[in-house]
Design a binder for this molecule. Structure first.
Ligand SMILES: [Cu+2]
Length: 275
């Protein structure tokens, strides 16, 4: 093998490594536009939460959603919520059977919508910048999960715990224990901003160095609640212990090193990569 072949192999290996670490995210890019159908029989309650199929769609900035009515009743797609009414972003008015309506081009944001005739029919359109699936999301480490626990809580008090995870659309589980008891256990938390607030149950004893509150947050991936998740799912951080340099972080470090070797090999093809 000549040097060029070797270099190519290194580049290939780096790409494969990155792919193995973050494959779902690399292919999670949404399409520009989307089509949503009315569920069959959705004019009668019972279709919830999938009265619009799919109930949540993600499109690009400037994209449009087409609502296709193949149901046997007329429906609307009206941006807003049944509680607050139309937001004005779009309103199809009545869409008859075998007809369709397409929204205007949409700006970035999250748009809940509903059917004015059948208010149990609700859905969500998310309009995302393309840069949403960027590399920083794939390199989350335990240090990117911050846990803030209020100090000095006494017996009978509840304790506020704030979680911040670098990124958007984060999913995580949180468990807190104290004095041999589970004082908080919430799975499937989702935060659009990466920040979440929690409150424990009342402590059965004073919190202290000898009897601390232990909090563990387990990352469950980036992504919407009912969509495929990306990122280092299972990554944990604890409020009481120094985060371990886990296997996932080691893989990411290895990939970074291999990538640097590959890049330097590629940029100086006449030299062997110095390992
Ligand atoms: Cu309807």
């Amino acid at each position: 093998m000549n040097n060029k072949t070797l270099s190519s192999l290194f580049v290939l290996f780096a790409i494969v490594s990155i792919g193995m670490t973050a494959a779902p995210s690399a292919f999670a890019e949404h399409s520009m536009n989307a089509t949503v159908e009315n569920a069959q029989g959705s004019s009668t309650p019972g279709c919830e939460p999938d009265c619009f199929i799919p109930a949540t769609v993600t499109i690009g900035v400037g994209g449009m959603v087409t609502f296709s009515n193949n149901d046997s009743a007329a429906h609307t797609s009206t941006a807003g919520t049944p509680a607050d009414g139309p937001s004005g972003a779009w309103d199809s008015s009545l869409v008859m059977m075998n007809s369709a309506y397409t929204t205007p081009a949409l700006d970035a944001g999250e748009y809940p919508y509903f059917c004015m005739v059948h208010p149990w029919m609700t859905g969500l359109v998310i309009v995302e910048e393309e840069s949403h699936d960027d590399m920083e999301m794939q390199t989350l480490t335990a240090a990117d999960i911050s846990i803030d626990v209020a100090d000095g809580a006494k017996a009978g008090e509840q304790v506020a715990i704030d979680v911040t995870i670098s990124g958007e659309h984060v999913n995580y589980d949180i468990v807190a224990t104290h004095n041999g008891e589970t004082i908080l256990d919430e799975s499937g938390n989702h935060s659009h901003t990466g920040e979440g607030s929690h409150t424990t149950s009342a402590l059965s004893a004073d919190a202290s160095d000898d009897n601390p509150i232990d909090v563990t947050v387990t990352f469950q991936g980036f992504g919407l609640p009912d969509a495929e998740k990306t990122g280092p799912i299972g990554l944990t951080n604890s409020a009481q212990a120094v985060p371990e340099f886990g296997a996932i972080a080691a893989v990411i470090l290895a990939v970074a090193i291999v990538s640097i070797i590959a890049v330097s090999a590629k940029s100086r093809l006449s030299f062997m990569p110095r390992i």
